[in-house]
Design a protein around this ligand. Structure first.
Ligand SMILES: [Zn+2]
Ligand SMILES: [Zn+2]
Length: 108
């Protein structure tokens, strides 16, 4: 139970609020929000004097973000875990039909 909560928190922390995917090349801006670098670039693309945070709308006077290698490592660890949690527990293996004796040559 605690592990599940920790996993959920981990997933929320490691996902991008713009594309809702796992952070790619994560960056942190000064308000503390994390984004993919490319997503942040896109959301700030047509701006030239103020750069609002896409989440909290805090405006920055210049493009400022820092790379977040720690979070990057986190997303790397997180991916297989997320896949694991998505797998249904106790799901049955597909029952293979006994057709192995029937050999069909592959078509060209
Ligand atoms: Zn993103
Ligand atoms: Zn923010």
């Amino acid at each position: 139970m605690e592990l599940v909560t920790a996993l959920v928190n981990l997933q929320e922390e490691s996902s991008c609020p713009i594309c809702l995917e796992y952070l790619k090349d994560p960056v942190t801006i000064n308000c503390g929000h994390n984004f993919c670098r490319s997503c942040l670039n896109v959301s700030w693309k047509d701006l030239d004097d103020t750069f609002p945070c896409p989440v909290c709308r805090f405006c920055f006077p210049y493009k400022s973000f820092r790379r977040n290698p720690q979070l990057r490592n986190l997303t790397k660890i997180d991916k297989p875990l997320a896949r694991l949690t998505k797998t249904k527990r106790g799901c049955k293996l597909p029952i293979l039909g006994r057709r192995l004796g029937h050999y069909r040559p592959s078509r060209h």
